[in-house]
Design a protein around this ligand. Structure first.
Ligand SMILES: *[C@@H]1O[C@H](CO)[C@@H](O)[C@H](O)[C@H]1NC(C)=O
Ligand SMILES: *[C@@H]1O[C@H](CO)[C@@H](O)[C@H](O)[C@H]1NC(C)=O
Ligand SMILES: *[C@@H]1O[C@H](CO)[C@@H](O)[C@H](O)[C@H]1NC(C)=O
Ligand SMILES: *[C@@H]1O[C@H](CO)[C@@H](O)[C@H](O)[C@H]1NC(C)=O
Ligand SMILES: *[C@@H]1O[C@H](CO)[C@@H](O)[C@H](O)[C@H]1NC(C)=O
Ligand SMILES: *[C@@H]1O[C@H](CO)[C@@H](O)[C@H](O)[C@H]1NC(C)=O
Length: 452
């Protein structure tokens, strides 16, 4: 008992000793991603203040470089400062960009820094270095993660995942840009950054010429009751990503706001589209085995990947006619909990209720989705119609900082609009390392003792 306690202390040491955690995020204050600026964040619990923090375009621990920006007077134990350092054209390492087709990229189980570094100093003494990074292979970082059931993994996700417009799409509509778009990054890039849960709201567009195109092309990503883009292209991106990375991705078909009411055959057609585009990489339950009879949230990453399958589809199976409703390709949706109609103090109370996992909590031993979003209607209540980015700029940093403590150990799926102003992916990976370590050592000691 005593020995393993020490073991856990030692395992934690390098992180506990980090004087003041610092990290970079991408601001939501600009119109386009290219115009976006970097934010320097510090905390939680930055008590040992560095004298200054700088942003660099190279790793300052390996090369002497001038900071592109620096801040001093760090007064508080946590904070966020918008810098004038521009993200510009964000390029991933070769093979990981959306247009790098027919290439096999290098795997990065430990993540790969993009050329945006942040470092803290006392005088010229370097204290800490962090970077903006991609995590295309984080699930293979710790072998034990792959033996945990999905319900025990902190899975970083996005809400309205397909609600983005790319730079080449010259949409003039202010309504679409400010209120319908919910993500700065396309689904491909979200996955490269480390997002592993995608939420899709689907509409059926009757206008599409059925003589010209296949029936599958009627299905569109919808947000705020507007068609955003065809689902098919998004599915192609997801398939290509999992084939390259071998990561497990959860697709949650959560709402069908347009064209599905009293049209079960459209659900059947959508299932057909899923077969066509991703059928070869979706986990198929084999109900004649014990593993295949498990609930999907009981499956481990290893079990899912056994036959080179990578995708779990959550779907309201009851909407499908028989026999499609019994499809072995679909899992029933997990419980979803949304903060859409809450103010900030209500969100905190709600998180306390959900993440404490007490007997009274509506979440028990199961897969569940926490949607940390704020609806347009909720922002109307404050007598001001906030844009989607403005809502996320306020809510996301709060939610992600509340998730840095003990709640990170009870989190399952957490889905955000515009995730780039947080370090939610690092928070999730770090929590999963702890969880995996605990699981591998659970005969010795319970993690709670150390985390309290
Ligand atoms: C710390 O406080 C001083 C004085 O109130 C202020 O000028 C400075 O901007 C603060 N530092 C940061 C990083 O906000
Ligand atoms: C620092 O914290 C104080 C009180 O805790 C707060 O009033 C102030 O706005 C904070 N400053 C910054 C720059 O966040
Ligand atoms: C940096 O210097 C300050 C004094 O300027 C000191 O309080 C602090 O402990 C130092 N931090 C580290 C990590 O050495
Ligand atoms: C960008 O949008 C256009 C128009 O919607 C589409 O044709 C194109 O394939 C998209 N490009 C990417 C990289 O998603
Ligand atoms: C399901 O598992 C059983 C027992 O292992 C096996 O015989 C059968 O071929 C599997 N069915 C499918 C569709 O893979
Ligand atoms: C949040 O909403 C609750 C219930 O409507 C209300 O009692 C509370 O005052 C609100 N809090 C804030 C900070 O607006």
């Amino acid at each position: 008992m005593y020995l393993s306690f020490l073991l856990i202390i030692c395992y934690n040491l390098p992180l506990l000793l980090r004087a003041c955690p610092i990290y970079l995020t991408i601001s939501l204050e600009s119109k386009t991603l290219q115009d976006a600026n970097l934010e320097i964040n510090w905390g939680p619990e930055c008590h040992d203040h560095p004298e200054w923090i700088g942003i660099f375009n190279e790793d300052p621990s390996t090369a002497y470089v001038h900071p592109e920006a620096r801040i001093t007077d760090i007064n508080n134990s946590s904070g966020k400062v918008l810098t004038n350092v521009n993200v510009g054209k964000l390029r991933f390492p070769f093979g990981w960009n959306i247009n790098d087709i027919n290439t096999v990229p290098i795997e990065y189980p430990k993540g790969k820094c993009l050329p945006y570094y942040v470092a803290s100093f006392n005088g010229s003494e370097l204290l800490t270095v962090e970077c903006l990074k991609i995590q295309p292979n984080w699930m293979s970082k710790l072998e034990h993660i792959a033996q945990m059931p999905l319900k025990d993994i902190f899975i970083p996700g996005t809400h309205a995942s397909g609600a983005y417009i790319n730079n080449s799409a010259k949409t003039k509509s202010v309504l679409v840009k400010d209120y319908v778009v919910a993500q700065q990054f396309d689904v491909w890039s979200q996955l490269v950054f480390g997002i592993r849960y995608l939420d899709f709201s689907i509409g059926f567009d009757k206008i599409v010429d059925v003589y010209d195109t296949s029936i599958g092309d009627n299905f569109y990503i919808v947000n705020e009751n507007k068609f955003v883009q065809p689902l098919r292209n998004v599915l192609k991106d997801v398939r290509r990503f999992v084939k390259l990375s071998h990561e497990v991705v959860i697709l949650d078909f959560s709402c069908f706001p347009i064209g599905f009411y009293k049209h079960p055959e459209r659900h059947s057609n959508l299932l057909h589209l899923l077969h066509e585009e991703i059928g070869d990489v979706v986990y198929i339950r084999n109900t004649s085995t014990t593993e295949g009879s498990k609930q999907c949230f009981e499956l481990t990453i290893d079990e899912i990947r056994k036959n080179n399958k990578y995708i779990i589809i959550l779907y309201p199976v009851q909407e499908l006619p028989y026999p499609e409703s019994e499809s072995k390709m679909l899992c029933p949706n997990w419980k979803r909990f949304s903060t859409a109609f809450m103010n900030t103090s209500q969100v905190l109370d709600y998180m306390r209720l959900l993440f404490s996992k007490k007997d009274t909590s509506p979440v028990q031993n199961e897969g569940w989705v926490f949607q940390a979003t704020r609806s347009m209607e909720q922002s109307l209540n404050n007598n001001k119609l906030e844009k989607a980015k403005e809502r996320a700029a306020i809510l996301n940093p709060k939610v992600s900082s509340w998730l840095k403590g003990p709640w990170s150990l009870t989190a399952n799926v957490v889905a955000l609009d515009y995730f780039s102003n947080t370090n939610i992916i690092d928070v999730a990976i770090y929590a999963n390392m702890h969880k995996a370590f605990n699981m591998a050592n659970k005969n010795f000691i319970n993690f709670e003792i150390v985390s309290n």
